[in-house]
Design a protein around this ligand. Structure first.
Ligand SMILES: [Zn+2]
Ligand SMILES: [Zn+2]
Length: 320
């Protein structure tokens, strides 16, 4: 049974709260208003937005300021504009912030990839992991709204933003790229009603098909499987996270990945344990290369925040 709030969000109609419409307005009025809304939405949207905002003032799900227009996602313009790509000098392999100002680039050896300590010692098997933004503030809030409040239209926005970041990956032009979302275990997926990584990946692929014609982007579902439920990653050490994920993933259809270039998509990169575990299994199944793209990445000071946030918001892990 899909919760009423999720039904609303899935249909793309989000209001001030789950109860606002039903408590303030009789059900019949609500239904007819929604029907009118569907009819009016596209051609007359600007007028309709202003009208609906006046009639049914909604507020931003992140900052609680009033929304000035009707939207499929209740996020204000200023919160959207606060969600920006990461800056700073990042590890060329895993995306860790090296803690150096951009200006220091000129002092580093030219044409040498700049790697963090971990990647210098033992890089993961994936080709490179990149992330759109830091896992903090508004971006962190958006990911929580998507995952724990079922605001699935947010995935479209996040996938579109991630597309620009993926465009920076040095994948050879002309390559066919299989886009594989990190799977959820079946009971988790059933509870949530959807896989957030799949929603993000799907929006990413739709955007890349238009924005990047140098490559062929193919969304694949069901090739990778999470075959065992994993313990909450948030309470585990990096070693514990790796142990927890041992044997967690399996390739269901090796023929589908053999010789292919894969882009693995997830919401958050924390220690890289999930990305590494999935990459290893895909490479073992014969994938030619695995690239990793996540919407957000925790940077050193952000790991504690990630742990606390995950526990406080839902009592379950958000990624690894
Ligand atoms: Zn806001
Ligand atoms: Zn690194």
């Amino acid at each position: 049974m899909v919760p009423p709030r999720r039904q609303l969000v899935e249909r793309g109609w989000v209001f001030r709260s789950q109860t606002a419409l039903t408590s303030d307005v009789p059900a019949a009025v609500t239904l007819s208003w929604r029907a009118a809304a569907r009819f009016l939405r596209s051609p007359l949207q600007p007028i309709f937005d202003a009208l609906s905002a006046a009639l049914y003032p909604a507020c931003c799900a992140l900052c609680k300021q009033s929304l000035l227009r009707f939207s499929s996602v209740p996020i204000c313009d200023s919160c959207w504009s606060a969600v920006t790509p990461q800056t700073g000098l990042l590890c060329a392999h895993c995306g860790e912030d090296l803690g150096l100002p951009q200006s220091s680039l000129s002092h580093l050896a030219p044409n040498q990839p700049h790697l963090c300590d971990l990647c210098q010692e033992k890089p993961s098997e994936f080709a490179q992991a990149i992330a759109y933004g830091r896992y903090e503030n508004e971006l962190r809030g958006l990911i929580h709204l998507l995952k724990y409040d079922g605001m699935t239209p947010i995935a479209r926005h996040l996938g579109r933003r991630l597309a620009a970041t993926v465009g920076e990956l040095p994948i050879d032009p002309g390559t066919r790229v299989l886009v594989i979302p990190v799977p959820l275990y079946r009971t988790k997926r059933r509870q949530r009603g959807f896989n957030h990584a799949e929603r993000i990946a799907s929006a990413l692929v739709s955007t890349l098909r238009h924005a990047d014609r140098q490559h062929t982007w193919t969304m694949t579902r069901g090739v990778l499987r999470r075959q065992k439920p994993t313990e909450s990653q948030s309470r585990l050490s990096p070693q514990g996270r790796r142990r927890n994920l041992r044997g967690a993933f399996a390739v269901r259809d090796a023929a589908a990945v053999r010789g292919e270039v894969v882009l693995l998509v997830d919401d958050i990169y924390t220690t890289g344990a999930t990305a590494s575990a999935c990459s290893r299994i895909l490479l073992r199944a014969g994938a030619k290369a695995v690239w990793v793209a996540t919407v957000a990445r925790t940077q050193r000071e952000g790991v504690a925040l990630w742990d606390a946030g995950a526990l406080a918001s839902a009592g379950e892990p958000v990624g690894s």
